[in-house]
Design a binder for this molecule. Structure first.
Ligand code: ADP
Ligand code: MG
Length: 605
């Protein structure tokens, strides 16, 4: 699944097992000194417990995920992941009962046990995206793949609001009145908000008496009952207290339903209005939006062009390749130009809505070859439908031949980055590159080669939303082929091309991967030109001799490693987009989670 635990592949990781189950496994393993296993911490997202045997007894050390995204045993050194932490304590006991000597391996056939929160989290993420943005199918999956950390953060802060056990701002007396109405079993509970910001209370029945516990947000951004459990979110605290009466008199048993909420368990969290119009308005015409303070930031799914304008069945009725000229309003504003003519801004009127469009206008209609080329581009684009690819709306044959596309008002990625260098974080750049890899994976799956992937052909809808464009050179690969063979070499973007393109005119998705590597380099240098002043043929021999672009100044190691993989000489050895997207996703989620916990610190201090 998309959010498998980082420790999942460790043979001594057992997932969400209890302390007594851990003891059992260690006993089975022989209780020798230094025998150890790793398990998930039930209390907080991303925390673990290390269980180690010494002197025939298991010892259990909680490993906390810290605010900067690193992991540490309380009072110990920080490590970048659970695996690195274990490797460290295998060399040096550094305060533990003894060094880790022998991993207690999972018996064959036993997978790590999924956490209580794993399934709830997955389900919530999906439901949240489905309901907030009205998404289904592939666009729903793409939303989750690209935005999981942002969605998690959103849900974490709002999920409790729509739970049946959450009663909002009510007084202690009112809470008691609600608890005592109807049956009064031990462990009947509700959560309520207190008057102070960020403060909550848990009210529970036990032995026909009501107990009240304050829940405060501590300095590290965790919710805690004094001297009791600490959890990342309120709903996790509730889930945890259902399993263990840590700091409270009894485990939580029965929900005292909020009368103003339908009695359904674990319903999705509160839903902001569909495609927040306030956000779209706040977005400048050039696509740059300063990060909101307090509010949430714009997500790709907020943009109108996240789904096809024809995803509405009512609009689909009118779908044809050729558009009516009277529905098209062409603005004088030029968005860009090329050898075919220019691209203009416009509006296309549909049945129920009007959409902003970009119109590629052919300047010289008399030249049949140019016309054929533009029609080929249109027919190619007609087959594509993905949130991270510029969609074609249709073709209009009027005063000129025109190709009508979705509007991406932020313009080309290289220009955007070079003009906004100071305002954009590396995390933001990685997020955009991940989106490009999702779009390219879609092309790969559908056996299309782009052949002109470059930062100039990645357009921005806004600062957090990129789409691949310019399908002028693109080709479908035949069912029995793994590549497209160009008959002759043409006006090619040589600096973006893999060796097999230059040497054998062979174009596959693996060649697009090479171009993706160059695009990464362009993005991570904030829009510099690759290979400086070198000419095409010089670049070709530089590559043949094993030369590659250098690591950009602010480029994270993980990203440069991936670029170098994209530039593996032999295409058979080069990764495909499935692998590239996966690497991008892991790294994007990794740094985004770091950033979001850092945000929390500044909000609370
Ligand atoms: P070319 O084949 O000449 O490179 P492109 O398709 O890349 O043509 O378009 C040229 C320029 O027009 C782009 O760099 C961009 O500035 C603008 N443009 C193209 N498509 C769009 C679009 N969908 N939204 C906004 N601007 C666009
Ligand atoms: Mg172009």
């Amino acid at each position: 699944m998309t959010m498998r635990d980082v420790a999942y592949n460790l043979p001594f990781f057992y997932g969400s097992i209890s302390r007594s189950e851990a003891d059992e496994y260690l006993k089975l393993g022989g209780l020798s000194d230094g025998l150890f296993l790793l398990r998930l911490c039930l209390r907080n997202l991303g925390g673990y417990v290390l269980s180690v045997v010494f002197d025939l007894k298991p010892h259990h050390y909680p490993i906390e995920r810290q605010l900067n995204g690193t992991y540490a045993i309380s009072g110990g050194k920080s490590h970048c992941g659970p695996e690195e932490l274990c490797a460290y304590y295998a060399r040096d006991a550094d305060g533990l009962c003894c060094v880790l000597l022998k991993p207690c391996l999972r018996p064959s056939g036993i997978e790590p046990k999924p956490g209580v929160f794993d399934s709830i989290r997955e389900h919530m993420l999906r439901e949240y995206a489905r309901q907030t943005w009205n998404l289904e199918g592939e666009s729903l999956e793409s939303a989750i793949i690209s935005q999981a950390p942002q969605l998690q953060k959103l849900i974490a802060s709002t999920a409790h609001e729509k739970m049946a056990w959450y009663h909002g701002l009510i007084q202690r007396e009112e809470a008691e009145r609600r608890l005592f109405s109807g049956a009064q079993p031990d462990g009947k509970y509700l959560l309520r908000q207190r008057k102070e910001a960020g403060a909550y209370a848990l009210s529970m029945l036990y032995g026909k008496s009501a107990y009240h516990y304050r829940i405060d947000l501590d300095k590290s951004g965790k919710f805690a009952i004094p001297d009791g459990s600490k959890c990342d979110t309120l709903w996790q605290l509730v889930e945890y207290l259902k399993l263990k009466s840590d700091g409270v008199i009894h485990v939580l048993r029965e929900v005292c339903n909020n009368p103003s909420q339908p009695a359904e368990p674990a319903r999705p969290p509160s839903l902001p209005p569909n495609r927040l119009s306030a956000i779209s308005l706040a977005c400048n015409p050039d696509g740059y939006t300063p990060e909101p303070i307090g509010g949430r930031r714009i997500l790709p799914m907020d943009a109108e062009s996240y789904v096809s304008p024809y995803s509405d069945p009512e609009e689909l009725k009118d779908k044809t390749l050729y558009l009516k000229r009277e529905c098209l309003l062409i603005d004088e504003v030029e968005l860009g130009s090329g050898n075919f003519g220019c691209v203009k801004k416009g509006v296309y009127r549909m049945r129920k809505k009007q959409i902003d469009v970009a119109i590629k206008v052919l300047k010289n209609d008399n030249e049949k070859s140019l016309k054929d080329e533009l029609m080929k581009e249109a027919e190619f684009m007609q087959k594509l439908d993905n949130p991270y690819i510029v969609r074609m709306i249709g073709v209009c044959q009027a005063e000129h031949l025109m190709l009508v596309m979705e509007m991406a008002s932020g313009g080309p990625l290289n220009k955007f980055l070079s003009s906004k260098k100071d305002q954009l974080t590396i995390e933001n750049v990685v997020e955009l590159l991940h989106q490009v890899s999702i779009g390219m994976k879609y092309l790969e799956e559908n056996h299309f080669v782009h052949r002109d992937l470059a930062a100039r052909n990645v357009l921005l809808v806004n600062q957090h939303y990129a789409k691949i464009s310019d399908f002028g050179l693109s080709k479908a690969i035949g069912a029995d082929d793994s590549y497209y063979k160009a008959r002759t070499a043409g006006k090619w973007p040589v600096k973006w091309y893999a060796p097999e393109c230059i040497n054998f005119r062979k174009f596959s998705s693996k060649a697009d991967v090479w171009s993706f590597g160059i695009t990464m380099w362009e993005a991570l240098t904030y829009g510099q030109k690759p290979y400086k002043k070198m000419k095409g043929p010089e670049v070709v021999s530089f590559i043949e001799q094993g030369g590659r672009l250098e690591r950009p100044a602010e480029c994270p190691d993980e990203m440069y490693e991936l670029m170098k993989k994209c530039w593996i000489y032999k295409c058979e050895d080069r990764p495909g987009f499935e692998e590239v997207e996966n690497s991008m996703r892991i790294y994007h989620h990794h740094i985004t989670q770091k950033v979001s916990t850092d945000d929390k610190v500044s909000e609370n201090t």
